[in-house]
Design a protein around this ligand. Structure first.
Ligand SMILES: Nc1ncnc2c1ncn2[C@@H]1O[C@H](COP(=O)(O)OP(=O)(O)OP(=O)(O)O)[C@@H](O)[C@H]1O
Ligand SMILES: [Mg+2]
Length: 251
């Protein structure tokens, strides 16, 4: 479903990542780990087609993104949903409108058709009662739920989640991950999720990878990742588990 071939990613003269190779199968759940600032979010944006790589190919469902016209590229991007690290909600729109807007703009639905879907997804993520409120009037956990509902309302084949539990308490984090897993099995989608919450990562991943020091180390299954021979991988995983614990790592 997602094939990254010898990718290089960078800005102007700086190279952030190189030699990135990864194949993610249909309906697989892949989790990206790695220290802050090493390029996880940027890699997700390259997969989403928001940013072009400096080298290599991004192949989505057999289509090389670089070889497509803008129209064809948008067609592929419409089949991907993304939850951004900072949610990227429309602040001047209500919760309901945040979901309705892309449905009308992207899918071309009318207001009534969109409204039916809005209710269905708000209900699914458990925030229907907040429909008429604005994003700054709801809690951080509810904002995450809204971001997830908005991404999933377009029933994308591929869903990219950037740090879906960041800043949430352990109970809410767990609920969000359960929601993501439930929605995945309902929609039969392929997931790429960034998180540094190890327990949640191991709970939801079929396979994992660590973005560190300019490369992506595909570490394999949960067991393979826990026993991975690369010292940096071990340091990263154990540092998070046994080091000074933050609330996010502690649950
Ligand atoms: N538009 C840009 N121009 C130049 N550098 C950028 C740009 N966007 C991001 N970077 C740099 O790329 C690096 C990787 O950023 P990225 O957001 O991918 O990190 P991350 O691994 O997601 O970190 P975190 O875990 O804190 O979210 C950072 O050093 C950042 O400053
Ligand atoms: Mg990030």
């Amino acid at each position: 479903m997602i094939h990254l071939k010898n990718l290089g990613i960078g800005f102007k003269s700086t190279t952030l990542l190189s030699g990135v190779n990864l194949q993610i199968k249909d309906e697989e759940s892949f989790v990206l780990l790695g220290p802050s600032g090493h390029g996880k979010s940027i890699l997700l944006k390259v997969i989403a087609g928001i940013m072009p790589p400096t080298e290599g190919q991004v192949i989505i469902a057999g289509h090389d993104m670089a070889g497509l016209t803008e129209l064809e590229k948008h067609e592929i991007m419409f089949n991907m949903g993304m939850l951004f690290q900072k949610n990227a909600l429309f602040d001047s729109m209500t919760v309901g409108e945040n979901i309705a807007f892309p449905l009308m703009e992207v899918r071309g639905l009318n207001e009534k058709q969109a409204d039916t879907i809005v209710d269905r997804y708000l209900e699914a993520v458990g925030i229907l009662e907040a429909k008429a409120l604005y994003p700054d009037e709801i809690s951080g956990g509810m904002q995450k739920r809204l971001g997830i509902a908005r991404a999933l309302s377009l029933t994308p084949k591929i869903v990219l989640y950037d740090d879906p539990t960041a800043g949430l308490d352990p109970i809410t984090s767990r609920k969000i991950i359960t929601l993501i897993k439930d929605m995945k099995s309902q929609q039969k989608s392929t997931l790429v999720t960034i998180t540094n919450n190890m327990n949640r990562a191991f709970e939801m991943a079929d396979r994992l990878g660590v973005v560190i020091d300019g490369e992506l180390i595909v570490t394999g299954s949960v067991e393979q990742t826990k026993n991975h021979p690369d010292k940096r991988v071990q340091q990263f995983i154990n540092g998070q588990l046994k080091g000074p614990l933050t609330r996010d790592f502690n649950d």
